[in-house]
Each structure stands twice: as C-alpha cells, then as structure tokens.
Design a protein around this ligand. Structure first.
Ligand SMILES: [Fe+2]
Length: 261
C-alpha cells in the first residue's frame, strides 16, 4: 500500500517528535503492508520553524536509518498545504511543495468556515498546473455542510483523500457516517493514514479503515484507493477514477474537466 498523508518526520510538526518515533511508525506501517509513505509536514510549521531544504535532508537521513534497520519501506517528500490566499505564491517560491515532485499537491481546506477565496485559490492552483488532492474532506465543515462543493471540486479534476480513522469512527459517528456516504457516492479516491503517532487510532496502519471500507464498496475499488491511485499520484501519472455518482448524467462535462484538470 501507498500512504499519501503522514506526519512521520521527527520534530517538524505535531506528529513524530523523535527519530525513535519515526522509526517506530515506519515499522508499524511496514508490518501492516505499507511500502511507501509520503511525509506531509504542515506547511505552516515548515515555513515558520524550519525549511523545505531542512525537511528534505531529514527525509534522506530517515530513509537511511529505515534501510539500516532492514524495514521494507521508503519515505517520499510531500507537504500538507493549508489553503490560504498566499498558497499560489508559496507554490511559485518553492515554499509550498507537491507530492513527490509531481503535479499533485495535498491541500487542506480550513477546518471551519468557508472563506470566499477558496474557489479562486483552487482555480489559480489548477491554472498553474497543480492538481489538488483534498486532505480529509470528511473533516472539513464546508464540505460537511455542502457536499455539492466537494462534488464540484471533483468534477473540476481535484482528488479527494479520506483518513482511515474517519472510516472507522475515530473522529465520531457523524464523520464516520459522512465518510461512508462519500465512499458510496464516488467522492473518495485515496485512503491515507494522516498518522501522528506509532500506536493508537492515529497510527500508520491503514488496515482497519480498508477493512471497513470493503463493507461499503467492492474490494477492488478500495484496493485502488490504497494501491493503484496513490501509486499513480506518486509517479506523476494521470489517475483513472470513476466519476462521482451524482454526476452520472453529466459524463461529458466530467470528461472535459478530467482532460483539463
Ligand atoms: Fe495531516
């Protein structure tokens, strides 16, 4: 499996604090079948407390230690980019970075509220050639209140990443129910861990979430969310995802956006 959302680098944000934490998380992930983890420190923390160069060096060092321990897993560089008005400029300056050097970028909408610049900033990113992968839309108030906003974004070629713990109910019954609805209606493309700790409900294992998702969707659809689609994203390849269910009748519009997105 390929995990596209993880706070695994030590001492850069609210995830792993020590190298030991990082190595424990790598071990737990590898033992549960994950081969590649995209390290996605929060952009705000990287900008304010370190730098992109620093986290790249740290990632190389951690990959060396993981290999030394014989753990069958590798880390790739990413970032969890909160969406604000500065994001397009920060992409241009290299302070906001995409997924493993690809066209794809993990973008986190504000948890609360619906600032009026959201659609404009997303549009600017797409014009710049960035394909946003929306971080945990199931936990974002704007989408919880108006699922059509998520449908619109997906129609425009954006992708959606839900967190394994949301599927199993770690973030509450309401989030769990909403996540299952998103799974059923084709508004989920990737399942990731958003891991912060080696153990507990925010551990790197994807398995409980995957298992529960297969009660909602056919196993091959779920498999695509943790293998085929994240692998294509990491390799900067186009992704082949089914259109959202609500858009079945506007297939032509969907195909148009997929081409330009
Ligand atoms: Fe995160």
């Amino acid at each position: 499996m390929y995990d596209l959302h993880a706070h695994i680098l030590p001492g850069v944000d609210d995830g792993a604090q020590t190298e030991d934490d990082t190595l424990k998380m790598a071990r737990v992930a590898a033992d549960s079948g994950t081969k590649v983890i995209l390290a996605t420190p929060h952009r705000r923390d990287v900008t304010q407390r370190s730098s992109v160069d620093y986290v790249r060096g740290l990632l190389d060092r951690m990959n060396g230690k993981i290999a030394e321990l014989g753990i069958d897993l590798s880390l790739r560089q990413g970032m969890e980019n909160h969406l604000d008005l500065d994001l397009p400029d920060e992409v241009s300056s290299g302070r906001a970075i995409g997924i493993n050097g690809s066209r794809y970028m993990l973008v986190e909408m504000p948890f609360f509220g619906r600032p009026n610049y959201i659609e404009e900033v997303m549009f600017q990113l797409q014009v710049m050639g960035v394909t946003p992968v929306l971080a945990h839309p199931e936990r974002i108030e704007a989408f919880q209140r108006d699922v059509k906003l998520l449908e619109t974004f997906v129609e425009r070629g954006m992708l959606s990443q839900v967190t394994a713990g949301s599927i199993t109910g770690h973030f509450g019954k309401r989030v769990r129910r909403f996540t299952h609805t998103l799974l059923r209606t084709g508004l989920v493309h990737v399942i990731a861990s958003d891991t912060h700790f080696a153990t507990g409900p925010r551990s790197p294992t994807l398995l409980p979430g995957v298992e529960e998702a297969t009660r909602v969707l056919p196993a091959e659809r779920v498999q695509a969310m943790v293998v085929d689609t994240p692998q294509a994203i990491l390799n900067d390849l186009p992704v082949d995802v089914p259109p959202p269910q609500g858009q079945a009748r506007s297939r032509r519009r969907w195909q148009f956006w997929r081409r330009v997105g």
